[in-house]
Structure formats: C-alpha cells, structure tokens
Design a protein around this ligand. Sequence first.
Ligand code: ADP
Ligand code: MG
Length: 170
Amino acid sequence: MGRVFIGLGSNQGDRLTAISGAVRALSTLEGVRVVQMAMIVETEPVGPPQGPYLNTVVELDTARAPEELLRALQDIERQLGRVPSPQRWGPRVIDLDLLLYDDQVIQRPGLSVPHPRMHERGFVLEPLAQLAPDAVHPILQQSVAALREQLASQRSRPSSPHPIELAPRS
Ligand code: ADP
Ligand code: MG
C-alpha cells in the first residue's frame, strides 16, 4: 500500500462543490482509502490573472500504482467538468495533482513525482504541512515543515493562505 498525498484546487464555478465532489469520488475508487483531509484554504492564483482558488490536500492509502492513480485523477477531473485549457495554469473547475507517493521519484513523460512545483507553492505546502509535517521530499531531502518555513521566509510579506469561512447551510 502506498501513502499518497493529492493536491486539490478549484477556481471556477461552485468551487466548494467541486472540491467535495472530488474527495467523494476519490473515496469511492477501488483500491483507494481516504485517510485524512486538510482544511480548505482560499489562495491567490498563480499564473495568468484569474479568480482565487480553494485548495486542500488529502492523504490516501492506495493499492494503485502511480500511473493508474494519475489516470483515475484525470477521469475525476473530466467527470467534474474540467475542459482542456489553452492557457497554462489557467482557470479550472478542478485540478488534482499527485504530490507525493511514498518516497518514490518518478520522472516520465506525463508523470513527475514529487510534483515538480510543490515545494514552491504555499497553497500546497500549507495544507500538506497540516497532514504530514514530517514527510520528507525524496529529492530535496527536506521535511514538508522545513520547505514551508523556507517558502514563508523567502516572501517579503506574509501571504499564507487563510481558511475560508463556510456559511451555514440554510
Ligand atoms: P498544473 O497542475 O501544473 O497546473 P495541469 O493540471 O494543467 O497543470 O497539468 C496536467 C499535466 O501534468 C497532465 O498532462 C499530467 O500528465 C502532468 N503531470 C505530470 N506530473 C503530474 C503529477 N504529479 N500530478 C498531476 N499531473 C501531472
Ligand atoms: Mg494538475
């Protein structure tokens, strides 16, 4: 069984419905167990101008191999209405990224693990540090907590994501 972390993001449509739909879809996959989920945070977009994101990270315990898991993530993205964007890092209904898979290092066309930009992204490191501060990045050989601190100290002004407040259902 592999210990896996998935990064989730949404900045189009009903973002909270997309995030929760993705977590539900993950939990119904055969050979996948959702272990825990971080707080959902609202974050400023990276890339072209676009609306703010909701982001979180979930931990999975899985019998699926990395490539097979990535295909399942892409199926879920399509099911939730993601359409291919002409723009790199453009707005999307849902984004599911395979961040870490045990201590595996994979570099193949279409799949890089650890996710190549995870250590530069507060919207990944913040929720990931909630779940697994001691997990070690197998290339950088640093803990998630250390990577998060380094990123925070590089910034000239604090810009860590903040938890969203959920309005009560009426
Ligand atoms: P990003 O998530 O960086 O904003 P996209 O979601 O548009 O970019 O990129 C999707 C592409 O990234 C897919 O074609 C997929 O094959 C590739 N990819 C490579 N490594 C990973 C990974 N670890 N997790 C998710 N997608 C990955
Ligand atoms: Mg992606």
